[in-house]
Design a protein around this ligand. Sequence first.
Ligand code: 9WN
Length: 725
Amino acid sequence: MFEFFSTKGFKGYVKQAQKILDANWTGRYTKPSPGLYPHQWNWDSGFMAIGYAHYNEERAMQEIRSLFEHQWENGMVPQIVFNPEALGNYFPEPDFWQIPGGRLTSGITMPPLHAIACLHIYQHAKNRRQAHDFLKDMYPKLMASHRYLYLHRDPAKTGLVYIRHPWESGLDNSPSWDRPLKNIQVDKTGLPAYERKDLAHGVPAEQRPSDKDYDRYVYLVDLFRGNHYDETEIFRQCPFLVQDVLFNSILCRANRDLVEIGKIVGQDVREVEEWLAQTSQAIRERMWSSERKQFDPIDLITGEQLPTATAASFMPLFAVAASQEQAQLLYERLNSVSFCALHQGDCFTIPNYDMAQNEFDPKNYWRGPVWININWMLSQGLKSYGYREKSDAMKKDMIQLPVRFGFHEYFDSITGKGYGSDSFGWTSSLFIDLVYEYYDEDKQALNWLGRGKSRKLKDVKILNEVSGVIPVPAEDLAPKLMSSIGELKDIFYSMDRGRVDYEAMKRSEEYRSYLEPVAYLKVFDLKSLMTREEKLAFWINLYNTIVVQGIVELGLNSSVREISNFFTHIAYNIGGYTFTPDDIEHGVLRSNARPPYRMSPVFKGRDPRRVYMVEPMDNRIHFALVCGSRSCAPIRFYEAGAIDNQLETATRNFINSSEVVILPEKNKILLSEIFNWYKKDFGHRRDIFQFLRPYLDQDEKAEYLAEHMDTIEVEYLFYDWNLNH
Ligand code: 9WN
């Protein structure tokens, strides 16, 4: 592996997204969209801040601060903060809410995303001191907002808080609310007069909630204002009280992040830890339906669960509240035709509602389309539980949907067409977050210019050097090594953060016992590898092992590029010879082909290691070598008996991941930098396309490529060198 900075990647699209945010920015907060939503929305601001954190931390902090300036005395963070200069284009506005004291807010709340956003701002801040002050300032406000929920929205102390209006769920007309809303008898004559404004901005009625829904939304607001927003009275009278899965999952995850924030600013976090434990247990135990094998909201009016198949049911993955078994069952459902399975090819993952249901509607708001914010949270959740391929496929859709179809509010789960408002805030900000997280061109540029923090190893570091006599190796040395490294990864994998704790790994007993078989390599007889399959499996596994061991031994925590000569200066002594990762990759596995951008091959002249070259080279190795970065393959154990199938799978997964994106609308294909670096192996554009074709999911994009091979424009993606923790 080596470094090279050469491509534009998503630069233009990031600029476009930033322009949208600039246009929606009011100086204090960001409007969710230019026309349809002219005020400040609660969880939208959280999502906006997450994108801003990467390139404008001042704005990210301002976004959150301005929302919390309107926090109520009881701690509630309102769903909407109205801009007095923009009144008249939205319904309902302050005249309708009639909040005591003439406050310019609505009288309900929304999923409490802000602790998550605040921690994210801190984690990405360049000005750490300022971000620390920000956290210090926000901590008591965040505490008050969670305390409000536990005090007023969970009177029975169940650990689950209720919402009292569908707008509080953020998923306004979700099919989950059909049943409780149907139970509300609305007498039109008793309903205050109102005029919907949401249909005056060019969004067709079929993409928005129905009039019947609005009648019920209004009925509830009327009840709240009639009771002067007294929570006890509302609890007594409100016909819509639901413990929602998404709301409680976000609260649970926000508690998790609030614990971290509290620790960073030196506060006693016991109260939040209790909330966290109580809510995650309640989600796991009380919201789970063992019959339907999913998490369902609970209707507090009837005391029953509300069995609906929406994407909200998967949110305990984001909370990291689901047990491993529950996560497995959720995954099976999430990765099925109901929610657009991996390699299905004729849909975008994941729609907000089960595509197999009669009421599924690919165009209507929260009743079928794909939403970027839901996918963003679920993709993180899946990663936490180790479902990396699905998580990555979602990432790919979240990136390609806005690029192909515009920065819309939501997208058709079948055609990808954008619906609702255009120039939508969180679609833009989360797009920016995704691009920065996965294709971080800035970090690339810094390293290329030599300004990144990298150091050099002076001498080659042999990682399996031991003193004393080494006993004769066990025959199954390679599998032994790989299974122990797999075990190590499992033990030190933290679900909370989706990372491997390499530090703890290094200190562990398990790691010490892993080092034993590595020592045997020194006396391993390489000639005992007879077949091509045995050789391929052995060398691929060893490459992957040495990279992980190198990361652990050298104490790397963000990127292998912390050591500029990582791939040439760590090594194993194998059968008396020294092999660095570059020797294994370019010398052995690429049959001594010249490494890209280097003058000569790694085995020079009569190098005795030449006899171990695997010939002819197999291009698929590029998708099996774990190079310690997020853009390359996940770690797997390769077996001689199955290697052909395993390499096929690895290649297919890579080619259908976010490393290959076909954009028919732009007549463009975005390709992993790997294809650029290894032109020698893959050939030029037409050869690359021919290589891709049999592996690509057979959908309209694959067809497009086949038909436009001569004209399609190729752009290479930035290679993400962050550690694949
Ligand atoms: C009511 C602003 C908000 C989002 C919600 C989304 C939609 C409002 C509406 O727009 O709701 O809150 O008028 O339809 O459902 O999630 O926060 O983007």
